[in-house]
Ligand binder design. Structure first.
Ligand code: ATP
Ligand code: MG
Length: 461
């Protein structure tokens, strides 16, 4: 083993299973360490996503020592050791060969030297290893960078980004998750190399982009813009950053406003994506006021956004369920059900139109949208928003019907009452719902059947 700084006194808490795996490997004459994200997160007091283990044992030697293993990436040296229901990735110390395509090493080579394995890792804070007997191995001052709150490449930044361009986006992702700054030289190399992200698959980009926007610091998306990253992976965001909003409702451009909205919605995938795309149609919906030619309008931007959103999300290989929900939220985000008349009926009709399943999400998006506006924009309509929230609460608490599914009469009932099969059933249910939205008291079997009979006799004529 080559020499490196060890810190035996440094102790971190590692789970029992991980200690067991490290212990078994060591007892059999191999070296083994927890490595990467789990060491970083534990030192920061954050919950690690998973525990990765790096070892001098070759994959077949790892497999010989554990009862249940899965060949996860045996060619790259990774074996998953199953303990209970949890899998732990155990990877042999590795040196990556030449990178000729900005994303993959041509070959990998196993090594018995931990330092060689740490050298291939992306950032100093991700290149620390720990085990309870040896302590912390920190060859590149990852600890110092954790203290400084800094993302810095292991070795020469340009070279490292040249090997695997995804690291360019990962740097911004980690800075967003940890609230860290990117070290100066690493940052300038990002700007220099951002265009090479075009060689990276949409799937790998998606993973990092989602982590970035779901983080505690989604505002780092602006760093992705400043460095030329979004120009490659999300040019629509560049259009938003370049789109001013000369209206009394706003004080930021569309991009900065979008970031404010990202910061104010819950950090679920659907909500963060809905926030990201809610105004994506604005740059394409600009008109100028007839009386005041400086003043902008964005009529119809939600509709344009709802057309663009699924296209962008499909390009980023996102799943259909998420695409559907996010697109619906983008389409309705600018609806203001009570801007004209503040009535319970107007809110019921809005819940019907938008859907009970996403109404809560819609309200969260509208709330966040207000937070990103000017003081005037924040005030204007806020009473209406609060009224909508209170009426929505009543609808849920009192199980008030807002869809044909919730009517106390079904298509089958209509047929039993003599309704001809086909389109008439849907038409009658729609009419009944319309009347129930006007007056929820009418959602009872007696009234509905009586009214249905009238309507059926109407269709028979
Ligand atoms: P997360 O909390 O998102 O899992 P992580 O640091 O564990 O963060 P992973 O993508 O799971 O990130 O990768 C595990 C480790 O493998 C990293 O900490 C890093 O040491 C190394 N690594 C991952 N991807 C790369 C890459 N593209 N280039 C170099 N090293 C990488
Ligand atoms: Mg990980």
């Amino acid at each position: 083993m080559s020499s490196y700084r060890e810190n035996k006194d440094f102790k971190i808490n590692i789970p029992k299973h991980v200690r067991m795996i490290l212990g078994i490997l060591e007892q059999n004459g191999y070296e083994a360490f927890a490595v990467g994200g789990c060491v970083r997160d534990t030192i920061l007091g954050r919950e690690p996503q998973d525990w990765d283990i790096t070892t001098s044992a070759l994959p077949k030697q790892v497999k010989a020592l554990f009862h249940r293993t899965i060949d996860t990436g045996i060619l790259h040296g990774t074996v998953t050791v199953m303990l209970g229901h949890i899998g732990y990735e155990v990877t042999t110390y590795r040196i990556d060969g030449e990178y000729n395509d900005n994303r993959h090493p041509e070959s990998v080579e196993f090594t018995s030297d931990l330092v060689e394995d740490l050298k291939r890792r992306d950032f100093t804070i991700n290149a620390m290893a720990y085990n309870p007997t040896v302590g912390l191995i920190d060859v590149f001052d990852g600890m110092g960078d954790l203290e400084r709150g800094q993302i810095r490449c292991v070795g020469d930044a340009r070279e490292r980004f040249g090997e695997d361009a995804l690291r360019i986006l990962r740097a911004v992702r980690f800075s967003a998750q940890l609230g860290f700054e990117i070290e100066k030289n690493t940052l300038s190399s990002i700007t220099e190399m951002a265009a090479t992200l075009k060689y990276i698959s949409a799937e790998r980009i998606r993973v990092e982009l989602e982590k970035l926007i779901m983080s505690d610091h989604p505002e780092k998306l602006i760093t992705a813009y400043d460095t030329g990253i979004t120009k490659v992976i999300l040019p629509e965001f560049d259009r938003m950053m370049e789109c001013p909003q000369n209206t009394p409702y706003h004080k930021y451009n569309v991009g900065v406003h979008t970031v404010k909205v990202l910061q104010n919605v819950p950090n679920t995938k659907e909500m963060r994506l809905a926030a990201l795309f809610h105004d994506v149609g604005k740059p394409y919906s600009i008109t100028y006021d007839k009386k005041d030619s400086d003043r902008m309008h964005f009529y119809g931007h939600a509709k344009v956004g709802a057309e663009m959103t699924p296209q962008i999300m499909r390009r980023l290989k996102m799943d259909n369920k998420t695409i559907k929900t996010v697109t619906r939220l983008v389409a309705c985000h600018d609806d203001r059900p009570v801007s004209r008349e503040c009535t319970p009926e107007a809110v019921r009709r809005s819940v019907h139109k938008i859907g009970k399943d996403i109404y809560e999400l819609y309200l969260q998006l509208v709330y966040a949208d207000f937070q990103g506006k000017s003081d005037y924009g924040k005030e204007k309509g806020y009473d209406g928003y609060l009224y909508t929230c209170s009426q929505y609460k009543k609808i849920i608490e009192n199980h008030i019907c807002t869809s044909t599914k919730e009517l106390q009469i079904s298509g089958k009932d209509l047929i039993a009452l003599g309704c001809p099969t086909g389109a008439a059933i849907g038409d009658i249910l729609d009419t009944l719902l319309d009347e129930v939205l006007k007056d929820p008291e009418k959602n009872n079997k007696i009234d509905l059947e009586r009214r249905a009979l009238d309507l059926i006799s109407g269709t028979a004529q």
